[in-house]
Design a protein around this ligand. Sequence first.
Ligand code: PEP
Ligand code: MG
Length: 588
Amino acid sequence: MKSFKEIYREAENKIAGLAAAPGIVIGRAHLFTKEKVEINKSEITDIDQAINNLDEAVEKSKKELNKIFSIAREKMDEKRAGIFEAQLMILDDPILFGNIKDRIKTEKIQPEYIVSDEISKYQELMIISSESYLKERALDIEDIKFRIIRNLQKKRWQSRIEKEMIVISESLTPADTLLFSRVDTLAFVTDHGGLTSHAAIISRSLNIPAVVGTHNASKMIEDGQSIIVDGFHGYIITSPSEEQIEFFKYKQERLKQLQVDLKEFKEKPAITTDGRTINLEANVDVTGEIDVVITSGAKGIGLYRSEQILDELGEYPNEEEQTNIYSKLASRMYPDFCTIRAFDIGGDKFRLFDYREPNPFLGLRGVRFLLENKSLFKTQIRAVLKASATKNIKFMIPMISTIEEIWETKKLITECKAELRKEKLEFDDKIKLGIMIEVPSAAIMTRELAAEVDFISIGTNDLIQYMMAVDRGNDLVSNLYQEFSPVNIRTIYHIVQEAKLQKVPVSLCGEMAADTLAIPLLVGLGLETLSISAATILYAKKIINSFSYELAKKLADDCVASKTEKEIQDKVVKFFEENNITRTRNII
Ligand code: PEP
Ligand code: MG
């Protein structure tokens, strides 16, 4: 079986866009073209009648929106349904409608023209904003504008389409998206709209695959044409070949099976029996994994090992290529966060240049390599910043061992921000910067290092290796590579306490968090966020739901005071038995 990458490389019948809502759909296209609204600017004689008409149209619009709002509340969570509440609030804006009425009285022109003109002023302010969020909101306001005008003209909303079609449109309003979902629309494809567009958010909420921002899909696809929409990768295949249909049908089957297996736990939060919520994020090592992350119930990506891109490509991608990769990632995860870790090059990982080090693990690795190769580092920083306009990216630095490394990195980030500002490029000015604590010197200095950053993440894979002076990949000394060593447990305890002193969020993203046996102990040590492989998330949820934080804390206190790995392991196993927790690993 070919990979997605190969399928798309070979396909000449593809249209690329942004992957806005995951899923794979094979079906027929319905071209949705909005009626052109003609706005009448003629003079009026009866002002009272015009104002009456306006009041009626606003009332009718409120009724329609209230109906949509109640459907939204049924189908989506409160936060997302709030989009329609915000639209309703505009209809109640006394200043806006006060102005409109004053102008009708003084200018004596049809209300529809004045409504259009006044609301357009609102929109223009939003469109010229540098915030992509506000730009998207301008589209929502367009919806309000045309709703009032349509009601002034006493026309009905046209959206009658057959069931189970793929809706292709230049753009879609949140209300269009919601109403189409009522006729079991299979997927949405739009020319315009970004990932923060509400239509995209609503598609994700309603579980309807969507590809947005295709530029010209509505011109290239014909009404009734057979197409495939891949909301995982952001592609549309038009008039697919037998081979393409077979490939995507197979992928659909695999997804179905995965979803059945995952269903039971997906919606459940990870919460201890006494009410402590644990955030479970996903570690991502290969691009293909993101599909699984999205269906895994993870709350975002806690660790995206960006050096995997170098492994996959076999070369160093330029700024544009990186920006594309990170933007896609952020869009797939939106509105959840993804933590992109700067290239952790060196050690046992990808090497860019063919140089030999006698002790690679103690050599030019992670941030050390990056600070030695500043232009390479800056390219990545700029790409991450450029992709951060959606405001759901965090940036994390690996292998920090001194505070100066943080200072130097921050200096480069400041430089890159200044450059982008000069180039008038959008980015998240408040992007959160974090560090990994995976070197003993950093662990000891946690308090001071934490004061410099927005978050920290403990990387036990390396921390154990460096604390115990044991190569993480060397079988000969694997008996010394001890997750449950008192050294490791006390170090984690120390890091968590020190970070909390500085009120800096701390998570753990080493493999230890995916060892379900370690989960109660980690929760007891005070960790509230764990980043683990997507495949383990549901099982971790099940475990977390079966013990109390109070008991886990007692277990952790007990383990912190223990002397050997065996003592700690025995206590943990006993904890599982006493709390009746099953130890089967990886339910998937
Ligand atoms: C770690 O060291 O724990 C970690 C998560 O980073 P990596 O395994 O990529 O070195
Ligand atoms: Mg590491």
